[in-house]
Ligand binder design. Structure first.
Ligand SMILES: NC(=O)c1ccc[n+]([C@@H]2O[C@H](COP(=O)([O-])OP(=O)(O)OC[C@H]3O[C@@H](n4cnc5c(N)ncnc54)[C@H](O)[C@@H]3O)[C@@H](O)[C@H]2O)c1
Ligand SMILES: O=P(O)(O)OC[C@@H](O)[C@@H](O)[C@H](O)[C@H](O)CO
Length: 536
């Protein structure tokens, strides 16, 4: 039985190749030594999309000789990942890509040469992270830490408890990702104010601005308290030295699937257990993903960057990234995913591809995409929105071999509804020729999300909601609400501008969503019949 370690891929290379696994071609020891001496790239958020897409792209450069240092993966949040799937497997990942015929393309990704935590109690990790940020060679820090990783405030608009503590404590013992990164940037400033670039690769609108805001806000708070030198804020805001490009990243990378694990076992590859950490991260020594992938980054780097264009990554101007990101995150992919997530959880689905075989759900997302979304999309010029949407709906979501579940996508929906639905609604408000009150499928999806929050499916049975930082607050508004009720405090959710980025009642949509919510609540089967009523 093959087990994923560096000694195994070296000593049993023929067996790995016989199992159909492509192996790295570069000299690992040289790359690891180079990375130790002249680190160039650190990535925060050591999760699936990073390992399955970003790290694989960099491996292509290492294999062709276009890069000679690896990536350092850093965790600010879930240290268990480093302990359970990085260290025991020598930071290797078995990447399993699936096409629509169900064939696996298997490859060992070896471009991550260090896996470290930002746990202050681990002195060696702490020292290494400091050393990396103090080194003039560092070119970039990239991020896939989920949308909530950037948020400094809670539902009341005030700083989260951990952020307040980080602000009071100064750069010595930070806990929140933004404070940890600000503290590391401060070390770089003190050492020589060297240039570098911070690249968010999360699905948030204007992700680079969000990252900049998080780090700079912490820095300003520290500066106001005198815990850092005043020049630090100027350093972060000096675009000759520090930049925060926008990016758009796209590759459906589901949680690791036990079916894939079993298939690997049959092919002679063992010890591939799927782990759910105590912080609810689904992880494994392997990553399963679709083949399609897009990564578009604003080309604004102050200290150089890897030649990732040689691995298919597109570097372009800010407007183009903004348009392509708006197209994907707010119109042509993620809103459809969120609609399928909440409807799927209520209707008992566990696979997105199965939902696409359900006429009503397929029509719901077709209306959100083609009818309500496309009219407000700005064509980014490098990919046609219509073509992108066709591929998403007809090929990518429908691929039965992609083990993607509505329950994964429903995670953290409160952090996403404003971007995934609110942005299109705002475009309807801005455009004189369009009226937000004419929208149907988008308000319906929002109403379904409110209905989902009850944690009772369409048969009337309780189900477990996916994790969400606002779950308690949101469910609090719906406490005691039962199927058949005709009044509740659902308005408290619908009118929350922090959630949707727009005042839904003021623009003629709040009442419509509330009405739909009560239709969905009418009794067992009402979710299905209400969806049918509006999409048919
Ligand atoms: N999986 C996909 O299909 C996909 C595709 C495009 C973009 N993305 C983006 O990447 C993000 C991560 O996706 P993934 O598949 O790697 O998920 P994952 O669950 O495998 O990993 C999530 C990572 O984020 C970290 N994290 C979670 N909460 C955090 C917090 N509060 N502060 C700091 N770090 C935190 C985790 O520790 C982990 O490293 C998504 O939220 C999305 O923005 C994902
Ligand atoms: O990762 P999230 O939580 O932002 O959203 C869930 C999915 O919609 C998302 O992961 C998609 O799979 C991805 O955006 C496809 O590129």
């Amino acid at each position: 039985m093959l087990r994923l370690t560096r000694s195994s891929i070296r000593n049993e290379a023929a067996s790995w190749e016989a199992a159909g696994v492509e192996l790295p071609k570069f000299d690992y020891d040289t790359v690891a030594q180079n990375t130790l001496e002249k680190p160039e790239w650190v990535h925060f958020g050591a999760g699936n999309i990073f390992r399955g897409f970003v790290a694989n792209a960099h491996q292509k450069l290492l294999d062709s000789g276009a890069a000679d240092t690896g990536i350092i993966a850093a965790e600010t949040f879930d240290f268990e990942m480093i302990d359970k799937v990085y260290k025991p497997y020598d930071n290797l990942t078995l990447l399993v890509l699936m096409n629509a015929r169900g064939d696996f393309q298997k490859k060992v990704v070896s471009s991550i040469v260090e896996g470290i935590t930002a746990d202050k109690t681990r002195e060696a990790d702490d020292r290494r992270l400091t050393e990396i940020f103090e080194n003039p060679t560092l070119q970039m820090a990239s991020f896939t830490i989920t949308e909530k990783g950037y948020s400094l405030t809670g539902p009341n608009g005030r700083y989260l408890g951990i952020v307040e503590k980080d602000i009071a404590g100064g750069p010595e013992q930070p806990v929140h990702a933004m404070s940890i990164v600000a503290a590391l940037a401060y070390k770089r400033y003190l050492k020589g104010a060297y240039p570098m670039t911070f690249v968010s690769m999360d699905n948030c609108s204007h992700n680079g601005d969000k990252l900049k805001n998080g780090i700079v806000t912490i820095a300003k708070e520290w500066s106001a308290k005198g815990s850092v030198e005043a020049g630090f804020v100027d350093y972060l805001l000096n675009e000759q030295l520090i930049t925060f490009p926008l990016s758009m990243i796209d590759k459906i990378t589901p949680r690791p699937s036990e079916t894939v694990q079993a298939a690997l076992l049959e092919q002679g590859i063992g010890e591939m257990d799927v782990i759910v950490t105590s912080k609810n991260t689904y992880t494994a020594p392997f990553v399963n993903a679709e083949i399609s992938e897009y990564l578009v980054i604003e080309d604004k780097f102050t200290n150089g960057r890897p030649a990732l264009e040689q691995a298919g990554i597109i570097f372009t101007d800010r407007d183009t990234v903004n348009n392509i990101e708006t197209m994907k995150v707010t119109t042509c992919l993620n809103p459809l995913h969120t609609a399928l997530a909440v409807t799927g959880c209520l209707l008992g689905y566990t696979l997105i591809a199965d939902e696409m075989k359900d006429d009503t759900l397929r029509k719901l997302v077709e209306i959100i995409g083609y009818k309500e979304g496309l009219p407000v999309v700005v064509d980014p010029g490098i990919i046609s929105p219509k073509q992108f949407l066709d591929e998403v709906l007809k090929e990518r979501f429908a691929n039965p071999f992609i083990p993607d579940a509505p329950q994964r996508i429903a995670t953290d929906t409160s952090q996403k509804v404003g971007i995934r639905f609110g942005e299109t609604i705002k475009s309807y408000v801005r455009r004189e020729d369009l009226d937000p009150a004419d929208l149907t499928a988008i308000p319906l999806a929002i109403a379904v999300w409110c209905r989902y929050l009850l944690g009772v499916d369409d048969k009337g049975e309780a189900f477990t909601l996916s994790p969400d930082p606002l779950l308690e607050t949101l469910q609090g508004h719906l406490q005691g609400v039962k199927l058949g009720d005709t009044s509740s405090n659902v308005r408290n959710i619908i009118e929350d501008e922090q959630l949707f980025g727009v005042k839904l009642y003021d623009i003629g949509l709040g009442g419509k969503i509330e009405g739909m919510f009560y239709e969905l609540l009418a009794g067992p089967g009402a979710v299905r019949s209400t969806l049918e009523k509006y999409v048919k």
